[in-house]
Design a protein around this ligand. Sequence first.
Ligand code: NAD
Length: 294
Amino acid sequence: MIILDGKKARDSLKANLMDKIANCIDRPKLVIIQCGDKEESNKYIQQKKKFGAEIGVEVEHIHFLRSVSEKEVIDSIKKANSDDKIHGIIVQLPLPPNLDKDEIIESIHPEKDADGLTSANIKLMWQGNEEAMIPATAQGVAFLLDFYGFSPEGKNVVIIGRSELVGKPIAAVLLSRNATVTICHSKTQDLVGTCRKADILISAAGVPGLVDESYSHANQVIVDVGINIARGKKLEEEIFGKHLVGDVNWESVRNVAKAVSPVPGGVGPLTVAFLFGNVLKMCEAAARRSSLRA
Ligand code: NAD
């Protein structure tokens, strides 16, 4: 079985990003807005700051208390929208329940929407428009497949999960790459039978061990997007440690499928890299716009 090593794929991308950043007129800058103190979010933000520092992108972390008002968050986004030195903005999700996620996300200017979650960007993404800012995980999945020579073109791709941030963008990206895409979800009947027909199976359900050998066959490539804490482990002790697991029951599929991505070390490292790829893309676009105005 082939292991789809996301760290190896990420390193090749990282070198390419660093080359491009070295040739940028402006130093790319990302603003991360956090509301509250979720341990999981803290760890994701740490990873983003670390990667940004490694590749030469400035990262500003605006950290509000959980009790912050929607207006305060939107005001900080508007300020970042109008600052020419800032090229990308993300709001770390999930937000505390008292805040309206959609209102907050929509206040990000689409030209600075590094997560690709504004309605303007979602529309461009489904149109297959090259200007679209595509959510990083979806780009990571496509890159990992390409890196190992598994082109999605003409293939039956089955995705488990239909979220706005993960499942749907993966579907949009692979559809634009000429795959035949089926999206499964918690109400899908015969999930096992549908998945077993897939040439490429992508699991983004967030259910540890969901995909076992009954979902697979000898010519199937499996990309495991899930990041879950192994049962019985405490989140604060185990997140990003050795007890992270994906949606795939590795022991069960390893002797059946042709290729599988591991967790950790699969799609996760690529997600961080493609977030910065988006920031770079927005920095380059801003430079083009300002040279047109000059
Ligand atoms: P979500 O909870 O918003 O969506 C989960 C989706 O899976 C839903 O559409 C639901 O219908 C479907 N689902 C859940 N249980 C199912 C079942 N038993 N059978 C069929 N479908 C089922 O979650 P999300 O934000 O889309 O994230 C999904 C997973 O991906 C999580 O584990 C998350 O941590 C992980 N994730 C990984 C990365 C990465 O970089 N690897 C990035 C983002 C999210």
